[in-house]
Design a protein around this ligand. Structure first.
Ligand SMILES: *Cc1c(COP(=O)(O)O)cnc(C)c1O
Length: 395
């Protein structure tokens, strides 16, 4: 008997269920062609949608800021870790989103946990789309508020739940672009529903920022103000190509988070150089719309040609283009077959997605070339020939 025998049993069970996760080691920068576990690989699974993670201008800004500010921020924002670069970035994010203010968090996971916990408590209720990101679900579960999940993008189902509820404060929470499906929340309908039922609306637009809208403002900021979507969350580690996250909204919201969001208060600020590099990304997101044009061209071409192969795609206009295969073993087999062709597409399995809906999560970046997309399509075609077409799982 050793101390961790019961943990070992749990690990073995996970392995037997084909749900075991392992990590791969990158030997180069985040870009489509990279070296993984020592082998050259073409990747279609990164969230670096605009190819900014290794943009020379972003890197140069990071290096310059590190020369001025050093590496570590040294403390939390409320002690003495809040630098001029953090402050400027917050103001620029507020302007970008059309909100009074924005507040930086060290990660998106912490932003979601901290925000939901700061806004609602025992006398309150949280209503979440059942396909929300884990950080939103955990934030709701741990807030102490009454917690409910409504059917995916089903505003009628949400409305019925709100009608039955008598809580003090009510918070509706949704992903903007759903991270594992790529489809979009019906923001306009949710805004109406929230207003009719005296609820607040929080949207996590982690995958919308940079990719959607004429200036990359995402699914929400271009069309809905802070009286309609009171709490807007974005991450910096996806299209912005850096790291960290933010919440944007009214003065009262941001001051509430500074006072009460524990994952904001009790953690070290991101390095000032990361904030500085993000300021450059934010500029590029707005001034180089051709990045979105190129990305959308790739997405359209992929959708057309993948459908022509007989593959069933999801209703996704975004760079997230999953192919649902259903079983864990089949999904792993496809992922391994792609890997044998030198392509990395991760197999997404429960509990990240619902049981029976395991999938390949293909993602695109502005940095992908047409020739690289050809390689993906050729390999998918070959695997369809070898393994047969997946039989159009209905979700
Ligand atoms: C990635 C992601 C997060 C977490 O952001 P991190 O900065 O990576 O912690 C939160 N919500 C959604 C929808 C995400 O996709």
């Amino acid at each position: 008997m050793s101390a961790f025998d019961s943990l070992r049993t749990t690990l073995t069970e996970r392995q037997q269920a084909h749900l075991y996760r392992t990590r791969r080691t990158l030997g180069q920068a985040q870009q489509p062609e990279t070296v993984i576990d020592g082998k050259p690989m073409l990747t279609f699974c990164s969230n670096d949608y605009l190819g900014l993670a290794n943009d020379p201008r972003v890197v140069a800004r990071f290096q310059a800021a590190a020369s001025t500010y050093g590496v570590g921020s040294g403390a939390s924002h409320l002690v003495n870790g809040h630098s001029e670069e953090h402050h400027q970035l917050e103001q620029e994010l507020a302007a970008f989103t059309g909100r009074d203010r924005a507040l930086l968090f060290s990660t998106g996971f912490m932003a979601n946990l901290g925000t939901i916990q700061a806004l609602v408590d025992k006398p309150d209720a949280v209503f979440e789309d059942r396909l929300n990101h884990a950080s939103l679900l955990d934030g709701g579960l741990h807030s102490g508020a009454k917690f409910q999940r409504y059917l995916h993008n089903d505003v009628d189902n949400l409305t019925r739940r709100l009608e039955k509820d008598q809580s003090r404060r009510r918070l509706i929470v949704t992903d903007g672009v759903f991270s594992m499906d790529g489809d979009c929340a019906p923001i306009g309908e949710l805004v109406n529903c929230a207003q009719q039922h005296n609820a607040w609306l929080m949207v996590d637009d982690a995958h919308g920022f940079g990719c959607i809208g004429s200036k990359g403002q995402g699914l929400v900021a271009e069309h809905f103000d802070q009286n309609q979507v009171q709490v807007l969350m974005g991450t910096l580690g996806k299209a912005f190509g850096t790291s960290g996250a933010f919440i944007a909204g009214s003065e009262t919201l941001i001051e509430t988070l500074i006072q009460f969001a524990r994952p904001y208060i009790y953690t070290t600020a991101i390095p000032p150089a990361v904030a500085a590099a993000t300021r450059t990304s934010l500029q590029l997101v707005q001034t180089e719309p051709e990045r979105r044009t190129q990305l959308n061209k790739l997405i359209q071409r992929f959708r057309q040609e993948a459908k022509a192969l007989g593959l069933t795609l999801m209703d996704s206009p975004t760079p997230i283009q999953p192919i649902v295969l259903g079983s864990e073993t089949e999904t792993l087999a496809w992922s391994q077959a792609l890997e044998a062709e030198g392509l990395l597409v991760t197999a997404i399995r429960p509990p990240t997605v619902a049981k029976g809906s395991a999938r390949l999560r293909i993602t695109f970046s502005t940095s992908h070339t047409d020739a690289q997309l050809d390689r993906l399509l050729d390999s998918l075609d070959k695997i369809c020939q070898q393994r047969g077409l997946p039989n159009g799982i209905q979700l």
